[in-house]
Design a protein around this ligand. Structure first.
Ligand code: NAP
Length: 283
């Protein structure tokens, strides 16, 4: 029997409804996005985030700045946003132009407003098992696993990819939920040996169909994070034929992607609650 589709679009709509209710309860919730330069993909992403934020009642402020903005001016702007009480969340769209040090920009954010969860304080808290603001993609994956009641305790989880925004944080979240976690990367020898062992397989690489159907164990849960744009459309890192072996699988598009934006909105509410001294709701 083919794998059950893990519908991220549907679940993301539900998360957005939850967020909308919380925003209504909290009153004004403010998110400021900062985009530097003319990268067309970044403009599309920011448009999507604004549409989503506005649809749940978040007051979204859209700052688009010239590609030659000096680094010190960006840092000053971020310092001003940190100090601005009407701003609950700040989102700096990456990549930044090459003359700006990305780490410096991220580290200058107030960790309590860092709704992307990229600040070292937020990454460190996650590593210590005391997460506060966690990147949207891994958070969305955990919500999908919970929704479909995928057992993580004692499960063998294999994460392919070790980026700071997906691979490492999802590995930590799975570890926290008591999975036995293996992280694979470009230097991993015999990838298939690892993936075939996975009860939960997360592919976050960015290589079209790197995970072939025969690399997936029967009955596995497969989370495909990859977004590979081709002339024929958007495809993941996992060959769709893997659905013949897997028990559950996320589609591309319509799986992890929509969850990412929804969880960034959720993070904005989490940040707003914390800033008002309120306990955050479970994600
Ligand atoms: P990234 O920073 O480029 O990291 C890719 C990772 O894949 C690296 O750790 C790399 O290993 C590893 N890798 C490369 N070739 C490999 C191979 N042959 N075998 C095993 N591992 C290999 O990418 P990312 O930002 O994590 O994104 C990964 C993919 O997810 C991309 O397609 C991206 O567009 C997508 N994405 C989707 C969402 C969403 O919302 N759906 C969000 C974020 C990212 P090394 O560390 O050794 O180089």
């Amino acid at each position: 029997m083919p794998a059950q589709v893990m519908d991220g679009k549907l679940l993301a709509a539900r998360v957005r409804e939850e967020v909308a209710l919380e925003v209504e309860e909290l009153g004004d919730v403010g998110l400021t996005t900062v985009l530097v330069g003319d990268d067309p993909a970044s403009h599309v992403y920011i448009n999507g985030k604004h549409k989503a934020a506005t649809s749940v009642g978040i007051h979204a402020n859209d700052l688009r700045l010239a590609a030659d903005l000096p680094e010190d001016e960006l840092l000053q702007l971020l310092a001003d946003l940190n100090a601005d009480d009407s701003v609950d969340g700040i989102l700096v769209q990456l990549p930044l132009p090459s003359h700006i040090d990305e780490s410096k920009a991220i580290e200058s954010l107030d960790p309590g407003k860092d709704v992307d969860g990229f600040h070292p304080i937020n990454a460190g808290r996650l590593y210590l098992g005391r997460p506060r603001l966690v990147p949207g993609t891994p958070l969305g994956i955990m919500r999908l696993l919970a929704e479909y009641r995928i057992e993580t305790v004692g499960a063998r989880a294999v994460v392919v990819g070790r980026s700071n925004i997906v691979g490492k944080p999802i590995a930590h979240l799975l570890l926290q939920e008591h999975a036995t976690v293996t992280i694979c990367h470009s230097r991993t020898v015999d990838l298939q040996r690892h993936t075939l062992d996975a009860d939960i397989l997360v592919a976050a690489v960015g290589q079209l169909h790197l995970i072939e159907a025969d690399m997936v164990k029967a009955g596995a849960t497969v989370i495909d994070v990859g977004m590979n744009r081709t002339d024929d459309g958007l495809f993941g890192d996992v060959d769709p034929g893997a659905a013949e072996h897997a028990a559950y699988m996320t589609p591309v598009p319509g799986g992890v992607g929509p969850m990412t934006i929804a969880m960034v909105l959720k993070n904005t509410v989490t940040a707003a609650r914390a800033r008002r001294g309120l306990v955050s709701r479970a994600s």
